[in-house]
Structure formats: C-alpha cells, structure tokens
Design a binder for this molecule. Structure first.
Ligand code: GLC
Length: 638
C-alpha cells in the first residue's frame, strides 16, 4: 500500500463520513450484539405460514453447503453475482452502497480501524453496520469482512501482538504457531471479523525484501510446516465457531523470489517485482507450502502482486487455473491483492478480463468498485467473460461463506471480546518471544545475567512498543512510540532485575567508575511494511556502532539486542560486544526477552534465514561463507 494510497483512504473516509452525516445517513447505531431480529430469529426460525413460500433451500442449514450454493446461485441475477466478486475497502463505501450493489466483501486495509475509535466494540459495530446492509438485499447474502491479522489482531489497539513470523520461524515450534493462530482467531472473530489475510507463506530468497519478516523462513519445508500450523489454529475443526477465522495463505506465488531492481511499483526494488526462475525451481521452492495449505483445508488464497518471467501473477492463467485449481485441486476462492488486477495492463477492461479468466474470483478493488462492477457487466455482455466463469467464482465464494456459518450467524459474536489482550493471551505471546530469540554470540558466559547485576541500558528502541512490534501494527507501516498496551524491553528488565538499572537512550551515564557489570544496547530497524522496507544496505548505522562502543567504555560487558525484520550486517561490530541477540520484531510482550536475559528461560531459537557477512552475499546463495548459517543459534544450557 503506497503512502498516497493511505492518504487517499483517509480523505475518502472523511468524505464518506461527512456525506453520511450531511445526508443524515447517520450510520445506524448498531448494537455490538446482533440486532434482536438476528439474535432471536436464528435461521431457519422463519416459521412459514400455510400460505407463505417454503424456506428457500439455501437458508436451510441442515443441507450440505454444495446444495445450498446451487439453490442460491440459481436465484441470483448477474448483478448479484458480480457483487459477490467485489471486495471493497471500508473507507470507500457506505453501508447503503453495499445494499445497492450486492457487495460480497468488505476489508480493513492496514491500519483500517473504525473512524469512531479503536476499541473492540467499535470494530464490531463497524462490521455489523456493513453486514446489516448486506442482509438488506433481496437474497440477504452476508458479506465476508477481511483484515490483516498477521501477528495478532494487529490493527486493534491493546490486542495481543505476537512476534512477527520471522521470530516464529526461529522458534521452529508448530504447536506454538498453531496456538498463536487460535488466539489470533479468537481476538479477531470477537470483533466480528471471520476472514484473515494470513499467513504469509512466502519463501524469501533475498532479505533485502521489506516483507522478509512477514514470512517464516528461507526454507520451504519450514514455511510449509508453520504455515499449516497457523492455518489449523486459525480455522480449527469448525469454521462456523466463534473462535474460528478463515485463513488466507498468501501471496501466490513466488512473492519472495523476485529479482532486485525488477519492481515497477513506486520506488520498490524487490516487492511486487519479477521472479525469474524456471518452472522446476518455482515448483521446488515456492509451490510446496501451497500444496500443504490446500491439504490443510485452505478455502481462500491471495494472489501475489509479483510476476513470473515478466507476466503478472494476477494474469497467470497457467499457475492460477491449471496448477492451483486444476493440478492441486484448490476448491476455494482466489482473492486479488490491493488493485492487483490493475497492474496487469493499463487498459482496465483488458486487465479485468485477463485476470478473471485467469482465475481470480474476488477482486480487492479498494476504491472504485462501480468501475469494476460496470466493467464486469460489459465484459459478460460482450462474451469476454462467460457466465460459467462467473458462476464458478461465485460458487467458490458462497461455499466459504456457508462454511463460515455466516448465513446463520452473520453478526459479530462478541462472546469472547473480554479475552482480547488478556493476561492468558499475553502469556502465550511472552513464551513465543522467548522461543523466538536467537543467541548469536555469548563470550565469557556473559548470558544469563545475574539479577542483582548493576545494569546500564541504552538505545531509544529499548523503551518503544511501536519499534518492537514493527510494521502492520495499529498502522499499516507501524509506528514508533507508545502506540498500544504492552511491555517494553526496558520495562521487562526493570521488572526482573533486583539490582541497579540505569537507562539513557544516548548511552551516556553520569557515573561509571566502577563500570556497570553489564551494558545492554538495543538497536535495529524502525518499522516498515511491504516495498517501503526494501533496502539496498543492511549495515548498522554509524551512530549505532558508536553507541555500542560508548557502552563498552562504561560497562564491563556489553549485550546487544537487535530489533529488526531481518538479519543486519553486524560483521565488523561483532567484536564490540560480548553477547548478541537477534530479537526480530517481538511484539508487545517484551518480558519474554528478560526471561532469557536473566536465565528464567533458555535461548533455543535457530536462525530462520542465513545471516550474511556482507551485502555481496545477497540474494541467498551468492558469495562465500555467511556470518551465521541457516539454523545457527547458541543456547544457554546451564
Ligand atoms: C496489501 C498486501 C496484502 C494485504 C492487502 C490488504 O497491499 O500486499 O498482503 O493483505 O494489501 O491489506
């Protein structure tokens, strides 16, 4: 999502809000619990009077989904079918338009919390307002509301924010990842949202990519294992449960395998670029996670912005239709990425025809949904898109909606709203942080620290929830500062140490004679997301290196904690500190870092990505010996 896109979204949102107020279309004050009619008359409660129509088959929950889909499809007009294929960003549409155009999906883009405020109740009200509008259509087909909950329900303030996937890759723990998928689903569905654009199952081959941290690893098998674990946690055994959310493995396919400098989007260098490999490599490196996801019950998959040998994935009929839907038997629906269709060709009509015929079933058209709908109507009238293709796409979408139980329970079930950000959920996140840490160096047995040591702490990042959470947190790009509830690394150290702890973000301490027993320096990367994080140079800044040196003059031993979305170049700085910890982007529960620092937990993490010694070793496989190999990690076995 580009910066101007964010601005566009905000302006649009303000216009829509003003329009709503100006036209006295006050968004209906929707109760957080389902409106009485929905709560008390759960389908099929409609008792047909002797003369009334029998309850339509599609509203009969005792029938198989396939039967309900066929019955419903047979009742739909072309406009209603095309509406189901339309996914609109909530800032671009008023609920009344959802009714008028039979819209099938609404999403919150990154940072898309309600204009009314960022509480769970306000999220539920927002989702319910669109749902009520959808149920006002003749066939009352519910919308499916989607969001990116990629490390917890991360747009929601005070939700539990887990380590980003790179840290979960370091944990090597599928059971932990499954629990995280389950907790994320509980917190997401409690706000009325049944659809999550996660997990990323990319297999990044160049850590200069701004989305490296969203993926688990450079290793295909590990990505498959953890991607399936997250999906199973998210979807559970019953997609209709109040604790289940439809997962969306993404981005199909090869989003992490693009060539540096091949992107044509904004100033991006890798993101949305071109993957230039032969089919055998594509199948070996990038396809297995999707095979595993489909076997694990994936019912929606998001298409990648990237290209394969010059052809945009959104128009790759062979990979979308023949391989994914044909060879692998994917029976769910393919959702485009944000205006992904538009990138195929400047001629919008052609782009829509190519993409829908290639296999895209639902178009994430964040803004101009009328243009999409009218283009689709024209394309069908022209015979450029067949009704059979439309029916196939709508079948796939409706099947997912029936499986999610949306026809029976369309409104937010806020039963679990009190669990959001709960101590129990945060405890799991804290454990995940502990297991995600990779100990890169530990000379003279510096770690674990003694709790009564005299400790200096330096680096602004030591006391910053926004930095330790990274991108996709409250805002699309993330944001430094006290943006949500959690425990910073400094707070965690303070809560655990029993001796003197001094903090100075510049690393300047009044008295260091005698020197501190240990100096902890926290540094790394400011938050970023997507192509805005593509980086030509991953070196530590001069000021960061200077900070480590300065600490070395004031403390007997130095520990560096790196907060980053990927390995950074630390080769030359390594000798400046006794211990180095890769903490990745741990999220809100910084206590997990203190647990390992002071020996309450052992370091067990293993590198999910090769750690390069120089930029010449990128992309993966270039150059000679890395600084640390894939799988490396020291432990603090006592
Ligand atoms: C973004 C991302 C995608 C996300 C979507 C909706 O551009 O590429 O991962 O799910 O838009 O926010």
């Amino acid at each position: 999502m580009t910066a101007d896109r964010r601005l566009h979204m905000i302006i649009l949102g303000m216009i829509l809000l003003f329009t709503a107020v100006a036209c006295q279309q006050q968004p209906t004050a929707i109760p957080t619990s389902p409106p009485a009619t929905a709560a008390t008359e759960v389908a099929p409660a409609i008792e047909p009077s002797p003369t009334a129509e029998p309850v339509p088959a599609y509203l009969n929950p005792t029938l198989p989904a396939a039967e309900r889909v066929e019955d419903l499809l047979g009742r739909m007009t072309l406009a209603e079918k095309i509406g189901q294929m339309t996914l609109v960003e909530k800032n671009s549409i008023l609920p009344t338009a959802v009714t008028d155009y039979f819209i099938g999906g609404i999403l919150s883009g990154g940072g898309g919390y309600p204009h009314t405020g960022n509480t769970p109740e306000q999220w539920a009200e927002m989702v319910n307002s669109y749902q009520e509008a959808a149920l006002g259509t003749p066939l009352a087909i519910p919308i499916i509301y989607g969001v990116d909950a990629v490390h917890g329900h991360n747009n929601l303030k005070n939700a539990t924010i887990f380590p980003h996937n790179i840290g979960l890759g370091a944990s090597r723990n599928p059971e932990l990842v499954q629990q995280i998928g389950h907790i994320t689903a509980i917190e997401t569905r409690a706000t009325g949202i049944p659809w999550n654009y996660a997990p990323v199952i990319a297999v990044p081959q160049d850590i200069r990519w701004g989305r490296t941290y969203e993926a688990y690893s450079e290793n295909t098998a590990l990505v498959s294992e953890l991607g399936v674990a997250f999906m199973q946690g998210s979807q559970g055994e019953d997609l209709g449960a109040a604790t289940a959310v439809l997962a969306t493995p993404k981005h199909y396919i090869g989003d992490g395998g693009t060539v540096w400098g091949s992107s044509t989007t904004q100033d991006y260098m890798l993101d949305q670029g071109d993957m230039q490999v032969d089919e055998a490599t594509l199948r070996a490196l990038y396809l297995p996670p999707y095979e595993a996801a489909i076997d694990a019950g994936a019912q929606s998959i998001m298409v990648s912005f990237s290209s394969w040998n010059g052809t945009k994935m959104h128009g790759q009929q062979y990979l979308l239709m023949d391989v994914l839907k044909g060879e692998l038997g994917f029976a769910g629906f393919l959702v485009s990425d944000w205006q992904g269709i538009d990138q195929i060709t400047p001629n919008y009509y052609e782009a829509v025809v190519i993409s829908v015929n290639a296999g895209v079933d639902m178009n994430m058209v964040p803004y101009d949904y009328l243009r999409f709908i009218n283009t689709m109507l024209t394309a069908v009238e022209n015979g450029d898109i067949t009704e059979a293709r439309i029916d196939d796409a709508v079948r796939r979408i409706l099947t997912a909606k029936f499986n999610l139980g949306l026809f029976e329970n369309p409104y937010a079930d806020t039963t679990n709203i009190g669990l959001i950000g709960s101590a129990e959920h945060r405890a799991l996140a804290r454990e995940a942080v502990s297991q995600s840490l990779v100990l890169l160096q530990n000379e003279t047995g510096t770690l674990p620290l003694s709790k009564d040591a005299r400790i200096f702490v330096a680096g602004a990042f030591a006391d910053d929830i926004g930095v330790q959470s990274g991108g996709w947190t409250i805002e699309w790009q993330g944001k430094p500062g006290n943006i949500t509830e959690g425990t910073t690394i400094l707070e965690a150290i303070g809560a655990t140490a029993t001796g003197e702890v001094q903090f100075n973000k510049f690393g300047r301490f009044d008295s260091f004679d005698p020197p501190a027993d240990v100096g902890i320096v926290v540094l790394g990367e400011l938050p970023y997301a997507e192509g805005w994080g593509d980086a030509a140079d991953l070196s530590l800044s001069d000021s960061d290196v200077e900070l480590i040196r300065r600490m070395g003059e004031q403390a007997d031993k130095v520990v560096v904690i790196l907060l980053s979305g990927r390995p950074l170049l630390i080769t030359d700085a390594l000798p400046l500190a006794e211990a180095w910890i890769a903490a990745w982007l741990p999220g809100t529960e910084g206590q997990g870092i203190a647990d390992n620092l002071f020996g309450d937990h052992l370091f067990t993490g293993q590198l999910p990505y090769t750690w390069p010694a120089s930029m010449e070793q990128l992309p993966l496989g270039a150059g000679d010996e890395p600084l640390f190999p894939f799988g490396y990690g020291l432990t603090t076995e006592n």
